[in-house]
Design a protein around this ligand. Sequence first.
Ligand code: AMP
Length: 196
Amino acid sequence: MIVVLFGPPGSGKGTQAQRVASLLEVPHVATGDMLRAEVARGSALGREAEPIMASGKLVPDDLIVRIIESRLQEPDAARGALLDGFPRTLAQADALDAMLQRRAWRVDVVVALRVSDDELRRRVLRRGEIEGRADDNAEAIEQRLRTYREQTAPVLDHYRARQTRIAEVDGVGEIDAVTARIAEALSADGAVVQAS
Ligand code: AMP
C-alpha cells in the first residue's frame, strides 16, 4: 500500500509519518530526511541540494525521482511505503504514477494535514530554535510557504482528478490526538494493521 502524507512545512508531517508508518507496517520514506543525510555526508548530491534547501526552494524533480525510484526498490518497501514530502510537484506526481503503474500499484490514499499559516510559522520558528535546521528561519519559511502554495498544493488537485481517496485531517492539537485522527481516517480503508 502506498500512502502519501501531504501537508505544508511545519504541519507535523515528519512526526506523524513515523508513527503512521509503524501502524501500517511499511517504511517511512521522507525525501527531506534523505536529502539532509546526503548533505551531512557531504556527497555530490548533498552539495548540490544544500543551498537550494536552505533557500526554501525545491531541488530538481529528476534528482528526487531517482532517489525515490531506487528507495522503493529496496526489499523493505515490497509491501509499500508511507511517503513524506513527496510528491511535491505535478511532475513528481506524474513520475510516481508511472513508477507505480509498472508494478501494478497506485497511490491508495493521500492524508492531507491542515494547519493555518500562522500556526505553521510559529511551529517552524520554534523548531529552528530547538533543532537548528538551516531552513527553519523567518526568511526561508516564507519561501517554503510560497513554494508549497504554488508548486505543491496543485498535487492535491492531481489526486482529486484521479479520484484517489484524500483524507483531510486537522493537524492542530496534541501529537497523539492527530495520530489518532489519521489512524481513524486510514482504518476506514482497512489500512491500519494495528491501532494503538
Ligand atoms: P522537508 O524536510 O520535507 O521539509 O524538506 C526540506 C527541503 O528538502 C525542502 O524545502 C526542499 O528543498 C527539499 N525537498 C524535500 N523533498 C523534496 C521533493 N520531493 N522535491 C523537491 N525538493 C524536496
